[in-house]
Design a binder for this molecule. Sequence first.
Ligand code: MLT
Length: 302
Amino acid sequence: MTDAVLWVSITANSRLRLSNLKQISTLKQNHMRHKGNNIKLTVNDCLVSYNDEGPEGAPIIVFIHGFPLNKSMWDKQLNALKDDYRVIAYDIRGHGDSEIGTVDFSIDLFVTDLLSLLDALKIEKTMVCGLSMGGYIALNAIENHPDRFTALILSDTNCTADTPEAKEKRMNTIISIKKNGVEKLAEDLLPNLFAPESFISNTEEVAAVKEMIVTTTIPSLNKSLHALANRKETCSKLSKIKVPVLILVGEEDKITPPEAAIAMQGKIKDSSLQLIPHAGHLSNMENENEFTSQLEKFIAKI
Ligand code: MLT
């Protein structure tokens, strides 16, 4: 597989400064699409890594991963869809091959990063699919920038903010990471991320996810845990979503259980919900065939 590496610099507010001739020329230069894996692009003052596959001009779908994972969790979906769709998966700052940047993390910052990436890639509108933390980002993005999205796929996610107990648990996780390290974090997270049967039938996926967790840096884990703890609820704006929405959830998801998905569906007009059997929180990895087939059926109608 070829790794295309591109170093371009564009800031979030560059559109406001188009009078600057130097920037106009940078924008023109950036217009060319770079296909491939692990492409590097500086957006919103942070170096971001992304995969961009599929035919030019095809409908676009952007995938956003969960915490503390990276874009490779979408590899199977990208492979399955890349003949008919332009598929983009990127590493949220501090995850995978994206840099951590210099500022504190927040879901709002992650949304600005997403929109800056779309701007840099000259994508005016796209479908977006987010799992868990990726879903928090996608929901926040679509509620605040509805004109940029044509459809939404919410996977194993929720619209509520953290309860005081959940916030406290995240702060305790930060303390535990400092004391016990990332191996212990992986040991604690894995039983909640996967359905029990996945530890027998999906051992490769379990190993891959463990690797994603232990290779995320401690400063990034800490910053992300703060961002998750401080995120705002998005449930009160769900009724305003006007694009088609598909909600997918693993039948055995313990982190964002089917009840959370049912509650969201009740608030989004004309949304549909599919339970993914033989899957926990990482339903796209645990039952890739069912997940991708539901996704394909939905996006074919957009
Ligand atoms: C995720 O998978 O992104 C996390 O479980 C989200 C969370 O902890 O709220």
